[in-house]
Ligand binder design. Sequence first.
Ligand code: NAD
Length: 459
Amino acid sequence: MESKRASIIRESLDALAEDATFLPDLKDKEREKAFKSLVSLLSTPNHVHKSFLRVPLEDQQVIRIPAYRVQHNDIMGPYKGGIRFHESVNEDETINLAALMTLKNALHEVPFGGGKGGVEIDPKDFSPKELNLICKKYVQNFSSTLGTEKDIPAPDMGTGEREMDWMMAEYKTIHPGKTYRGSFTGKSIMNGGSLGRREATGKGVYFTFRYMIHDFIKENKQWFNKIDNRFAKTALSYYDQQLEIAVQGFGNVGSVASLEAYHCDHLRNKVVAVSDRNVVLYNSEGLDIPSLIEFKNKHEEDLPTSKHELSEAGIKADVLNRDDILSLDVDVLILAALEDQIHEGNMADIKADILVEGANAPITEEADEYLADKGVVIVPDILANAGGVIVSYLEWMQGRETQFYDEDQIYKLLFDKMKSTVETIYPQFFGDPFPLRQNCYIHSVMKLSTVLYRQGKLY
Ligand code: NAD
């Protein structure tokens, strides 16, 4: 069965093939052939590398672990995408996520292609020494495919700066004398990481939402009042209103997005609920986000789970069941946990009118269609959560230049880039009947198609 992403790519290309103003030099049979090439090029990866890492454990057992590196497309630049350590990692999912990276980078004009990696483990089952060995083996097994100008991994679920530091060190050992700082991004600051990388995705997630509901409407108020578009009506109904926000997932992305909302001067915001793998915390008056972050930092990343823990931390909230976050009666729901959280089984329970995808693919295809038909505005992953890869690009540049930017410079460059994307996408979205996801895909596919055509690849 065709994946959700492959089917949106195909639909976008079908729409572009019908539009005679797009690549107008391509006509009749030649046009048909070129679009067939585009479908096959963009819906399949260039390379799928699979390897079984052979790892001796501390208890003397030796195990083999499936690991992947998928290189989807590099027409825009070196392959780029995270390495995930999770027990659910598999080939199809890695291909899907690599394709998303190609589209995300094209949408935001980050000069990288799309890649993704994964190791099929639960990192919690391994000691730091074993994880270090897994990281080294990953680099050894894929060493000929990786490199500063070829394929640049970054952290993803289950990996972080520690793993990137280890991997970069192994890359340096394998390739003596080669430049190595740009071989991995998401490294620690001490090892050439960028200031602001940790916060970049959450900040970008909140920015895409805030810009839509505030800045963009403010600048285009008269136009908004005139247009007849269901998504514009939804967005306009929240302009300058008190907004209640719920955030699923209080990890890196969710906690930073919550803090941005908490401190935002542009909107009258209240973060009334946040959740993690254990609980939902709810307070209709708004949650004390800085205290929750302080608590999570001291308690292995988890939120308080009992009245006792809440009162010790001086936080006022009710404790609800984990999945209640999705059906709360709020205006905005930021999804910053996992894939496939809103699906056929719970889509009818969603009450928020604006959904923001901090996580990759948190809404299934069926639920996406159902909600878009109801006029729910969905800010898709490809648009909302690109902050990480944008600052990864800045890290890669800083590694090449061996000059480092301060945090303010990084955030300015991040917001400038995201602003330039949303300024192109939002007018198009509110001006036509298609959901925002489709608009973003069409935009990315147009860019990729034009470059592929101009490089003579559509034979
Ligand atoms: P993280 O591991 O720091 O946080 C994940 C959070 O989700 C944790 O609070 C965890 O307790 C919670 N969680 C896990 N299962 C849950 C469940 N069933 N219900 C509710 N909460 C649950 O991860 P992160 O870096 O914040 O990433 C979150 C998502 O965003 C992932 O899907 C990731 O792929 C995506 N993403 C992250 C980045 C980045 O830069 N970190 C960039 C792009 C996309």
